[in-house]
Design a protein around this ligand. Structure first.
Ligand SMILES: NC(=O)c1ccc[n+]([C@@H]2O[C@H](COP(=O)([O-])OP(=O)(O)OC[C@H]3O[C@@H](n4cnc5c(N)ncnc54)[C@H](OP(=O)(O)O)[C@@H]3O)[C@@H](O)[C@H]2O)c1
Length: 311
């Protein structure tokens, strides 16, 4: 059994990771930001003298929708501070541990294949540039510390995660949760369902349980690599909407597409050849099987009770 430290353990992905690791019998330390604020230089003081086998660095300050567009300066400072805190602690006090970090598909330049060797090349899209570059800087930091001190690390780059247990605190939602909420409210409150863009923009999802299970396998066996972790297939927003409508009982023909609104990248699909070479039996849950439980969770969570935030 391992001793594992997790930053961002109170987040969406973090809660699923913590549950899985604890369920497997590992000792997990996963402080929330109020117990370990990574913007503070002394944040790891409570664990001085303790040694961990694996550090999972999940913490990041971001949200979906146009959040990055509206907070580039704060995002730069916040994410650089928290990444630097973790890298410094790893190098100074946890050099025996492997550091697993989470990247972002936004770090890829849209005109290059979304393949690992291009993660640090070209220009990410402008609206997500600051967030993307802080993730690239984290990756460079890992490589620099590996080079100088021989430390072990792994960067996992997810597509958008979905699953039950998303935040219900009123923040901007990732597109899939926002879609579900709007369609549930269209059905239950008769609200018009207005989706941003013309519906042809394509997105890729991975179920959070698939991500966690696969990430744990990769963390066990793969050192000093960047690995994309998505399903490798994307779908137009209209297709997601049709699946949700079928489960909720809403007529997809009633959906209004607002082509004048911000939609981000037109297409974003990770190439997962490397993942398939590392784990040939990787078989992610198909959307048709993953979505219904998330829709049912959203109904029960009350998340669809509040009107949609614009996104
Ligand atoms: N969700 C996705 O679809 C997705 C896709 C690609 C990449 N990622 C990456 O995956 C990771 C996890 O994502 P997520 O969706 O689980 O994020 P999340 O739900 O927003 O959670 C963010 C976590 O970061 C912590 N955090 C923020 N500022 C902190 C600070 N100053 N000190 C300590 N902790 C701080 C938060 O702690 P508190 O809540 O305690 O403040 C929270 O636990 C992130 O690195 C994200 O960039 C996520």
């Amino acid at each position: 059994m391992k001793r594992i430290f997790i930053t961002g353990g109170s987040g969406f992905l973090g809660r699923h990771l913590v549950a899985r690791l604890e369920g497997a019998g590992h000792t997990v330390v996963a402080p929330a930001s109020r117990e370990c604020n990574l913007q503070r230089a002394d944040c790891f003081a409570p664990w001085r003298g303790e040694k961990f086998d694996v550090l999972w660095h999940l913490a990041a300050w971001t949200q979906a929708g146009d959040f990055c567009l509206r907070h580039p300066g704060e995002q730069w400072l916040h994410n650089q501070q928290l990444n630097t805190s973790v890298l410094a602690w790893w190098a100074a006090e946890q050099a025996q541990a492997k550091l697993v970090t989470i990247g972002t598909s936004c770090a890829y330049a849209p005109d290059l294949p979304l393949r690992e060797e291009h993660y640090l090349e070209g220009q990410p899209i402008d609206s997500l540039l600051t967030y993307a570059m802080t993730k690239r800087m984290l990756c460079l930091g890992l490589r620099a510390l590996e080079k100088q001190y021989g430390l072990r690390h792994l960067t996992l780059v997810p597509s958008t995660l979905y699953g039950p247990g998303y935040h219900t605190d009123g923040r901007q939602l990732h597109f899939i949760f926002d879609l579900i909420r709007k369609i549930i409210r269209g059905r239950t409150h008769g609200e018009p369902v207005v989706l941003w863009g013309d519906g042809t923009q394509r997105r890729e999802l991975i179920h959070v349980d698939d991500f966690v299970g696969t990430a744990l396998r990769l963390a066990d066996g793969v050192d000093n690599e960047t690995v994309n972790l998505g399903c490798g297939t994307e779908h137009p927003i209209r297709e997601f909407a049709a699946l949700i409508c079928a489960h909720v009982g809403y007529d997809p023909a009633k959906i209004i597409y607002d082509a004048g609104r911000y939609v981000g990248a037109k297409s974003k699909c990770l190439e997962i050849g490397k993942l398939r070479r590392l784990l040939p039996d990787f078989a992610p849950l198909p959307l048709e099987r993953g979505l219904p439980a998330v829709i049912d969770w959203m109904r029960a969570s009350g998340l669809a009770a509040a009107p949609s935030t614009p996104q």
